[in-house]
Structures are given as structure tokens and as C-alpha cells.
Design a protein around this ligand. Sequence first.
Ligand SMILES: [Zn+2]
Ligand SMILES: [Zn+2]
Length: 319
Amino acid sequence: MIVNVPTPQTLNDVALRLYFSAWSSLIYVRVHFDEAFPPGEDSRPEKGGWAEEWSEYIEGCQPELQAVCSVIQQSNELALKARICAVSPYLLLLNSTPKLSTVPGDIDFSELRTIDASDLPASVNSLCKETLSDEYIRSYNEIRSLRNKIAHLGHAGSKFEPETLLELLVDQYIELWSERAWLTDRVNFASRTGLAFFQDGKYTSAAAEVMCELPLIFTAIKKSAFKKLFGIEKTTRRYLCHACVTDASVRYHEVDPVRSRTAYLKDKFTLHCLMCGVDYSVVREACRSDGCTGNVISRSGYAECDVCHTCGSEQTEAS
Ligand SMILES: [Zn+2]
Ligand SMILES: [Zn+2]
């Protein structure tokens, strides 16, 4: 019999893990630069006062960026294989001619040749109900060809920019996983990396890691993609989520109330958080904290009192 037959869930899961590993690597390229060269008025590193240093740094980052490109391609391939596998795992063996024998014995699926990467988009569009867009297939083939050049020649023949790769990742998610919630996935997959070993909820946590990169995330995701990814305009006013702020409040990370807003008003009295995916009932009354013009308040189970969703202040007697 055939053993080690893959499931669509495991293939898709690995695809997403690789996806967020690539995402995280690209964000850290920027984080490391900002630590040494703090962004000025124009936060775009290629336009600000450190443009020359940034360019030199990116030149040095090329091997890492090439590796990221390969990871993106691997994530794409596994996500497409997951779709085919959902119809039937055996369709992945269309190009395979396994050696059969009259002597009884197991055939290991993982040792069989599966559909070639170059045939995956056509296979998905022929075998699956949900098809891939022309734009995605174009981008898939482009990354595949770059990955092949890197694998065979050690370089892609072109310079990688982290910003372009981040845009590519945003488009990839919109195409392949539009029914999922990006920011929720970002946190879930951040809790399933090597670094997660250190996330004890006291000193560090997955929520703190993602909250830290939130401003870079929101900058990397352009206006039209933002709407597709999160279902709201990029300019929609955002608020603090009590649960996510609590998860991100650890010894090594202080929550900045302006940079950590993950929720928006779905309607006048309901706040939806993009990070934990939960709806919260709120009351609309003025915040009691001096200088805060917020008027979205709800009880925080963590602080055990009413807390402002704009500034994060506890609503005790006039403060
Ligand atoms: Zn939340
Ligand atoms: Zn407030």
C-alpha cells in the first residue's frame, strides 16, 4: 500500500509557515537597519537621510533576500499542491511512474515524484474548482524563474528590494488565502517558530513580536491591498484591543497606545479586532483621561474596569 500520503491541511500549513517566515525575515531586514539608522521625517529608508547607507545595506543583504525568494517560491508550490491534494492526493503523482512489484511492500509517497513546479498552476486550473488569476500565474512564474537562477547559478541576476518582496507576499496571500485573516495568522504563525521557544508570555510573546512590527506591517501594505486584506480602508480609524494589548504587555515590550491599534468599529457599538478576530461590545462615552478625545470604551476583563480603546487609560475617577 501507499504510505505517508499527504493531506491538504499539512501542505497548506507548511506553506503558511514558510510564508510568514519569509515575511518575518523581510521585516527584520528593516528593523535591524532602523535600530542603527533611526528613520527621520520621511520614514522610507530609500528616500530619507540614510538613502546611501540603505542602498549599501541592501546590497549586502542580497544573499538573505535570495534565500527569502526561494522560501516564497516553496510556499507558493506547497499552497498549490494543497489545493490539488484537496481534490485527491494521488493527482500529485500525475507525472510519476512508480515501480510496482509483485512482491508485497509499502510504497512511500514522499519518495515519489510529484507534479513539476512549472506545471502546478495549469494543474490547479484544470483540476480544482477555484482557479488562479492570470496575474498570480505571471508572478508565480517570475519568482520560480528567479529561484531557479539562484539554485543553479548562485544569483538571480537582478537586485532584490525588500519592499518589492513584501508587496509580492501581500498579493500572494490575497490570491491564495483570501478566506483567512492575515493578522490573526501572523500571530499564530509567530507562535510556531524557533523564536517561539522563548515566548513565555512573561518576557516575550507572539503578540508582542507582531505588535512591535505593526507600524512596518501597515506601511508595507499599500492602500488597495490593505482593503483586500483587511476589508477596511487603510485610513479607517483604529483602536486598541484590550485582549491583544494584554497579550503584548510583556517585560521586553512596552505597548505604545498609538502604534498598537488593531481594532476598528464595525458599527457604532461593535469593535472588531484584526489580530484576535473577536467582536467586542463598546459604549460610546468620552474618555476621562486628560487630553484624550476618545469615546470608545469597554470593560477590560484584565484590568477589571472600563478602559479607553484610544489611549488605553483605565476609566477610574477623573484622572
Ligand atoms: Zn484583539
Ligand atoms: Zn482615552
